[in-house]
Ligand binder design. Structure first.
Ligand code: PLP
Length: 341
């Protein structure tokens, strides 16, 4: 009966306690269940954070590129998005600092940095261990909160997750996690670990949206974490995704025409391919579908309306042989676009 009733607005205590164990597996060792708010996926945790902290016209800093779902949230709340460039090691600290200074000089009110430090969606790029504290320090000095979105963190191929930004910075970072990538996206269970001084505002806003997170689904996740070897299952996923990622990288090396480059992710789901300047990948989508393969054009992951010469390839959902075949079908579509330049 409990399963079909309203529950507490913050989520069940059992699951919040278990979530603290999941976060401990990544290196967040001081999380308390009272600071966890369970949400309808981490998508809704982002939405609540934006609703609580941002007014129309405020600025949110994001990586370039970044997750399309977050861009949609910021747009819905009429928040201005400002991009911070990344290199192969994630956000470039000097450029972050310069961006903040320029925006603040222009009188802008920057509310937070939204970042996906481990295996960014779409680029697969990871913020290096050396830069992590630097990024938080820069934001703290400028009085900017960090919104750390980390649904893929445990899926690092070598089995040693990088320590989240939240670990050493309990007052400066709102951490968002999810069961979507390590258990079941359809259950729509994610969470936010909120600094103690912001917890009440955050929780009340979340409760105002959903009353409570789905009780039956929370009980399902709790039973899974209690009765099954979830750590072993994550181990299995890591092996599976590494094999698929390796298959994609090998196929790209084999089939792609000269002039392209791509990222080599350490975990997560995605490879980000860069075509020569001047290629607009959006119109190529239809041609790719006609060839029997699908990708997401890079333009989806930036807030600018400019054409993009990037594409996101996902290796998560299909086995190595199918990945290889997909890349083989994509190659002539890209080759033709480059030849037409
Ligand atoms: C970076 C990132 N954040 C959030 C989400 C949404 O996750 P959830 O299913 O927990 O809402 C995704 C899903 O793809 C994602 O890639």
């Amino acid at each position: 009966m409990t399963a079909l009733q309203y529950g507490g607005g913050q989520g069940t205590e059992e699951l919040r306690t278990q979530i603290c164990e999941v976060m401990a597996a990544e290196g967040i060792l001081d999380a308390k269940p009272e600071n966890v708010v369970i949400t309808a996926g981490s998508q809704s945790a982002q939405d609540v954070a934006t609703k609580v902290f941002c007014n129309p016209g405020d600025v949110v800093l994001v990586e370039d590129p970044t997750y399309v779902g977050a861009l949609n949230t910021f747009e819905a709340y009429q928040v201005q998005v400002a991009t911070v460039p990344m290199d192969g090691d994630g956000i470039v600290p000097d450029l972050l600092e310069a961006k903040i200074a320029a925006l603040q000089t222009a009188g802008k009110n920057i509310k937070f940095l939204y970042t996906i430090p481990s295996f960014n969606n779409p680029s697969g790029v990871t913020l290096s261990a050396e830069r992590r504290q630097q990024v938080v320090d820069i934001c703290r000095n400028a009085n900017i909160l960090v919104l750390e979105d980390n649904p893929y963190g445990l899926l690092r191929f070598d089995g040693k997750p990088l320590t989240p930004l939240r670990a050493a910075n309990p007052d400066d970072v709102i951490y968002m996690g999810s069961f979507s990538k390590i258990f079941a996206p359809g259950l729509r269970i994610g969470w936010a670990l909120v600094p103690a001084h912001l917890q009440r505002r955050y929780y009340l806003a979340s409760e105002a949206v959903t009353l409570c997170p789905p009780t039956l689904n929370q009980m399902l996740v709790s039973a899974y974490l209690r009765d099954y070897d979830w750590r072993g299952q994550i181990e299995t996923y890591r092996g599976l995704y590494k094999e698929r990622c390796d298959a994609m990288l090998a196929a790209l090396g084999e089939y792609m025409p000269p002039g392209l480059s791509w990222t080599r992710p350490e975990g997560g789901f995605f490879v980000w391919v860069t075509l020569p300047d001047g290629v607009d990948t959006y119109p190529l989508l239809k041609k790719a579908i006609d060839a029997g393969v699908v990708f997401i054009p890079g333009a989806a992951f930036t807030h600018s309306d400019d054409p993009s010469n990037k594409i996101r390839l996902a290796f998560s959902a299909v086995p190595p042989e199918t990945i290889r075949e997909g890349v083989r079908r994509l190659a002539p579509v890209l080759r033709e676009a480059i030849a037409a330049l």
